[in-house]
Design a protein around this ligand. Sequence first.
Ligand SMILES: CC(C)(COP(=O)(O)OP(=O)(O)OC[C@H]1O[C@@H](n2cnc3c(N)ncnc32)[C@H](O[C@H]2O[C@H](COP(=O)(O)OP(=O)(O)OP(=O)(O)O)[C@@H](O)[C@H]2O)[C@@H]1O)[C@@H](O)C(=O)NCCC(=O)NCCS
Ligand SMILES: Nc1ncnc2[nH]cnc12
Length: 291
Amino acid sequence: MHAFNLQPKTLSLAERLADLAVDALIDEADLSPKPALVDRRGNGAHTDLHLGLMHASALSLWPAFKAMADAAIEFGEIGMPLREAVGRIGREGEQAMLDTTGGVNTHRGAIWALGLLVTAAALDPESTAASSVSIRAARLALLDDRYAPRPLSHGAQVAQRYGARGAREEAQLGFPAVLQRALPQLKCSRAAGHGEQNARLDALLAIMTNLADTCVLYRAGEQGLHTMQLGAQAVLDAGGSASLAGRRRLHELDQQLIALNASPGGAADLLAACLFIDRIESGDGLIQGVF
Ligand SMILES: CC(C)(COP(=O)(O)OP(=O)(O)OC[C@H]1O[C@@H](n2cnc3c(N)ncnc32)[C@H](O[C@H]2O[C@H](COP(=O)(O)OP(=O)(O)OP(=O)(O)O)[C@@H](O)[C@H]2O)[C@@H]1O)[C@@H](O)C(=O)NCCC(=O)NCCS
Ligand SMILES: Nc1ncnc2[nH]cnc12
């Protein structure tokens, strides 16, 4: 008699994609030291978040990601039926997140970005190039879900005040912060032998150099956004997070953003999107699905 069943388990495509999405969220949360964000060191600029909550939130989203992938397989094409199904599942995912965190918004932007990308990957699992997946995700994001409530979210308030269109626009443009900044930086830092954790930190910084992060704008206005963008560029210019000079700049940026209460939560979500795309692009078990 065996205590454990050691037979490899065959996962469905939807289960595999949900695993990859949750892994990307957990890897993002664990990555340290991230400026002003929750990580292994502490809570950054947040009083209501901690690493355990980020992990619990990520795990609570697995059923939603799987359901989005299943919907993509069922509908089989980009159109209103799929967009509305994914919108409904996304809202249910948000509710599962809030139930898990006691009402704290841990991953709203990530549900949006990763939800669209999971759906896009499931629509055509043999076409996993970053550019192909992001174009399919953008086409979905461009469809208007008539059932979506229009709350006066932080993002909507920031759009009124500063004209920044935040997470919605980033997806509708095909995730330029990921494709044009994070993924190239991730690959460049890896190729330079900087180590995986430093390469991921550099990818996050590359996003922060340019993103109109509505989380930062809401909490710290344009001063916070400029501090984030210029500070992230300064770290990369100093040699990135693998270099001593870059680490010093990163520490300064962390202190400055915390002093301003500016948390780059949108950039963190897009790093998770980058890690997800990086994995599916490398073929990481998407088609075969046996583990
Ligand atoms: C289209 C939606 C994303 C809604 O967008 P909107 O801008 O109206 O809503 P927000 O509630 O503000 O959420 C947007 C979140 O996206 C992240 N983000 C910010 N800027 C960008 C950007 N430029 N590009 C990409 N992503 C961005 C960010 O998420 C992170 O920050 C969260 C914390 O933010 P906040 O609630 O403001 O929290 P605090 O400042 O800490 O609040 P207090 O504690 O002080 O009160 C954190 O969760 C990170 O994830 C923005 O928050 C979309 O959500 C939507 O329409 N959903 C409906 C369902 C649907 O259709 N789904 C379809 C497919 S899944
Ligand atoms: N690590 C993190 N810290 C704070 N907010 C976040 N939103 C997504 N990831 C986050």
